[in-house]
Design a protein around this ligand. Structure first.
Ligand code: G6P
Ligand code: FE2
Length: 187
């Protein structure tokens, strides 16, 4: 079994089997509310980078995956740089996130569209229950770095979020990160 190394100050993973993927602004079409502004910005801008260590085949039950994500600071109009967000394909599977560096928000949504957030600061630990969609936004001025641990059978369902979105968007309203409802649900 290969073993990996976690760099304690940066959260970065290294070692055999660690995969890295980057998301640039060009790959996040229709993710932000103001698509016209997104399309007018530098498409090479790196929005986030994820690393994952997946020691068993994806979809296999009983394994655990370990990840590191870095979200760069910035905004598309008023909306903070953030991940696409997803439900798990195997819906009732949970996940842990814990924050290493920076300042951010974990945006959570239940199956009825009710949306809320948990603040992320270095050392904050977030248990994301099954059936809850999750997305992370960088609300600070430096990189936001967090680690994650999730079941190998969880998978990702991006389609529901692409179609329905979250029930609220996190915007910089006069300098304060504020959830702004996009649907009729109570926030
Ligand atoms: O997959 P996204 O919604 O774009 O979020 C980016 C990534 O964030 C975390 O690192 C999760 O552990 C990953 O499973 C996820 O892929
Ligand atoms: Fe997840």
């Amino acid at each position: 079994m290969p073993s990996i190394q976690l760099e304690i100050n940066t959260g970065k993973l290294s070692g055999e089997g660690v995969i890295t993927a980057q998301k640039k602004l060009s790959q996040l079409e229709n993710v932000f509310e103001d698509e016209a502004t997104r399309a007018s910005m530098d498409q090479e801008q790196l929005i986030y980078e994820v690393q994952a260590f997946m020691p068993v085949e994806e979809g296999k039950e009983g394994g655990l995956y370990f990840g590191n994500s870095t979200i760069f600071p910035g905004k598309v109009n008023e909306e903070y740089f953030m991940t696409r967000g997803h439900f798990h394909a195997k819906l009732d599977t949970a996940e842990y996130y814990w924050c290493i560096q920076g300042k951010g928000a974990l945006i959570l949504m239940d199956e009825n569209g009710k949306t809320w957030l948990e603040e992320m600061t270095p050392g904050s630990v977030h248990y994301i229950p099954g059936k809850i969609a999750h997305r992370v936004a960088n609300t600070g001025e430096e990189k936001l770095v967090f680690n994650a641990c999730w079941p190998s059978e969880a998978g990702h369902d991006y389609g529901t979020i692409e179609k329905e979105g979250f029930g609220a968007r996190l915007k910089d309203i006069e300098g304060t990160p504020t959830l702004v409802a996009t649907k009729n649900e109570m926030v």
